[in-house]
Design a protein around this ligand. Structure first.
Ligand SMILES: Cc1cc2nc3c(=O)[nH]c(=O)nc-3n(C[C@H](O)[C@H](O)[C@H](O)COP(=O)(O)OP(=O)(O)OC[C@H]3O[C@@H](n4cnc5c(N)ncnc54)[C@H](O)[C@@H]3O)c2cc1C
Length: 458
């Protein structure tokens, strides 16, 4: 006998719980299923714990620079057990909050267990068959384990197992020079580890423009992080001191020895054990569920939201997926994924805030564009704070004067980028920013100055 619901939500990531709450508030019955920790990646092994750790690392870094600010601190020693304890507490608060919220919802049944499709309308969990008119998949993803020779002969860490680390690795080798890897690299350097980043590509964060990759590299190297690029053929081997990472590089010694290795080389969707074939739900060749512009799968009444649909890999893209689905279902507001503007941040210090297109994408589009770049060393808020690394870059369409893309690598960059993002959503010309009165002293007050320097792409 199956139990019938108006809706089933699989996974309690960043889209599922809000969607369940929306159904429940509309007086419909909903079952939400979670196989591991409530809140998913962001809450337990992603954004929230890493940004909490980044905050500890930042505090240690500023304390070490005490003399520059006029105080003595008698030496900074990081207590990793307490750093982890603080992180656990912040994470636990959110994890509990999600669980309590869901359990407190009228019309919502919370089930713990692994969900698998039995058909396009039924899901099995703990031998219980659930049936629903609508099914929403929010199963997220996990760290991928690449086929590196020797990988199964050595211990390695990933973003999940890093959450249990309550000691200071003597030398952390981070394989992967992209967003996740760089955040861990900088925080562990600031905690006191030796850190080496090993990246297969010719530069860090290869999806960004070259000037950003270069500036980020300089920021990390200035803190003593060693960076090995073009590390094409990597293999791992046990070594007396921990793990040896052997690589074919254009420069530098052929092997790096670390006490610990963190693999941060991409993510894969949690779709292989969902029984998608039984429901007839199509995936691409990397396992991402194929969805249309309103996040419906190829099977009627089944939607996929969040990282598992390959249309975004952020908490805010997952939450935005929820808004798109909910507005289409409940408000007859036909929102689409293609209406959203790319936006994200990299939480090294100083952070990188990004929105819209990169220079490379603009060039490829062939449109006439203008660009302005301004160093943070000339922003008064930055030098008052003693945080002058980075730059602001804004690109606009030469004809419409609308902002095409921007990068703010600098103090407050993750926040200030929203000024530009909102103007982009409003489809307003950049000149509105120049007519606004800004608060002094802020980074945002410099945006009109930056925009006054627009010139054609070189
Ligand atoms: C180290 C790291 C740092 C990050 N930092 C940021 C950041 O600063 N900002 C940002 O925007 N994003 C960040 N992200 C990305 C962000 O965490 C994810 O994009 C976000 O969590 C969206 O996930 P989701 O909603 O797709 O699902 P998830 O949060 O992954 O949740 C999916 C849930 O589904 C459950 N599940 C899976 N399969 C089943 C099943 N068969 N049955 C039942 N339950 C199942 C899982 O247990 C999980 O709880 C970071 C990621 C990592 C790894």
């Amino acid at each position: 006998m199956s139990q019938h619901f108006d809706a089933i939500v699989i996974g309690t990531g960043q889209a599922g719980p809000s969607l369940a709450a929306r159904f429940a508030a509309a007086g419909m019955t909903v079952a939400i299923i979670e196989r591991h920790k409530f809140g998913g990646t962001c809450v337990n092994t992603g954004c929230i714990p890493t940004k909490t750790l980044v905050a500890s690392a930042y505090a240690a870094h500023v304390a070490r620079r005490g003399a520059e600010y006029g105080f003595a601190n008698g030496g900074v020693r990081v207590d990793m057990k307490r750093v982890k304890g603080r992180k656990d507490e912040v994470s636990r608060r959110s994890n509990r909050g999600v669980e309590q919220w869901l359990r407190g919802l009228r019309n919502c049944t919370v089930i713990q267990g692994h969900a698998r499709f039995q058909s396009s309308r039924t899901v099995v969990v703990n031998d219980q068959v659930l049936e629903a008119d609508k099914i929403f998949i929010n199963v997220g993803g996990r760290a991928s384990v690449p086929a590196i020779p020797g990988i199964h002969n050595v211990p390695f860490l990933n973003n999940s197992s890093m959450m249990d680390v309550d000691f200071l690795p003597e030398h952390l080798v981070v394989v992967g020079g992209s967003y996740v890897g760089l955040e861990f690299a900088q925080m562990y350097r600031r905690f006191g580890s030796e850190v080496t980043i090993v990246e297969m590509g010719p530069r860090l964060i290869g999806r960004e423009d070259e000037d950003i990759s270069k500036a980020v590299r300089e920021i990390l190297e200035a803190e003593g992080i060693r960076i090995r690029l073009n590390a094409k053929c990597i293999s791992l081997a046990k070594h007396d001191s921990g793990v040896g990472v052997v690589m074919e590089c254009r420069e530098g010694p052929p092997e790096v020895f670390g006490s610990h290795v963190l693999l941060a080389v991409g993510r894969i969707p949690n779709t292989s054990d969902l029984g998608l074939d039984r429901a007839g739900v199509a995936t691409d060749n990397r396992g991402y569920i194929i969805v249309d512009d309103q996040l419906q799968t190829n099977v009627p009444d089944i939607w996929a939201l969040g990282d598992c649909n390959g249309r975004g890999a952020f908490t805010h893209t997952s939450y935005n997926d929820y808004e798109i689905v909910a507005d289409n279902l409940f408000n007859a507001d036909h929102r689409r994924v293609s209406d959203r503007i790319q936006a994200y941040a990299l939480y090294i210090d100083p952070p990188l805030g990004r929105c819209g297109m990169t220079d490379a994408e603009i060039r490829k589009s062939g449109r006439g564009a203008l660009v302005a770049k301004y160093p943070m060393s000339r922003v008064s808020r930055a030098y008052e704070k003693g945080e002058t690394q980075g730059f602001i870059k804004i690109c606009v369409d030469a004809e419409t004067k609308q902002i095409l893309g921007a990068a703010i690598l600098g103090t407050g960059g993750d926040e200030v980028i929203h000024v530009l993002l909102h103007v982009m959503y409003a489809k307003a010309p950049y000149t509105v920013i120049q007519r606004a009165m800004h608060i002094h002293p802020t980074v945002a007050e410099y945006l009109p100055t930056v925009l006054s320097k627009l010139e054609p792409f070189a």
